[in-house]
Design a protein around this ligand. Sequence first.
Ligand SMILES: C[S@@+](CC[C@H](N)C(=O)[O-])C[C@H]1O[C@@H](n2cnc3c(N)ncnc32)[C@H](O)[C@@H]1O
Length: 242
Amino acid sequence: MLDHDGMSLREWHELMDAMEEVGPYYERVNSLITMGMVDRWRRRAASIVGPEDVVLEIGSGPGNFLKHLKAGTVMALEPSSELSAYAAKLLGRDRVGFLRGVGEKIPLADQTVDKVFCVFSFRDFFDRKASIGEMRRVLKEGGEAIILDMAKPPPGPMAKMIDLHVRHMVPPLARIAAPAAAKERWTRDPYSKLLETYEAFGSVDVYEKALRAGGFEGVATEYLELRGATMTRGKKPWKSTS
Ligand SMILES: C[S@@+](CC[C@H](N)C(=O)[O-])C[C@H]1O[C@@H](n2cnc3c(N)ncnc32)[C@H](O)[C@@H]1O
């Protein structure tokens, strides 16, 4: 089972293995498959952060979004210590508080965070409903959850174009960008695993619905440059009961 709501733990562990395999050349592939846009999308998301904000990124991986955050307090939640080690090397351990764990069980107290980001990570979570509940729990009232991912518009010509790119362009481009030594180790192309999550996750309206169902309000989606990625945002209501 790999669908809008999540995946089995076995599938999730396979995905984590694939993510750790591509870690060292992850950003090279991202740059190539997005025609250099990936960091511009991340910068746009980072630009909504204020200097006083307490920010949490869930699924921070090798640190490619963290490096853009200028907030006073930045925390990074990541299940893979291997990927967090890359991030710590990139950023230094004093700038970011690294937490080990999953979005489904955030190791933070209630109402302690102003903004929670999931940047190219939400579709990797095994239980998305639980992770939305956890985001709401750790956010302060009026705080925001932000989900950024490759665009998946509702069915139509745009969706078809992006789908064609993802299915037919991404796998060969990923093979070009991966180092030869890594390819020799592959028993299966790890990008095929990562693409399965793209195919299984819902279009943006599914994310919006899930955030609303999880108690977020003002939920809206912005298409980022070249419409290749989306940023869906929702606020935790004031005077919330949790
Ligand atoms: C595609 S990477 C994104 C990395 C980074 N945020 C970026 O901007 O490129 C997805 C990350 O989500 C992490 N991840 C997967 N499942 C997770 C979960 N259940 N909870 C938290 N993080 C998870 C993976 O380990 C991986 O580092």
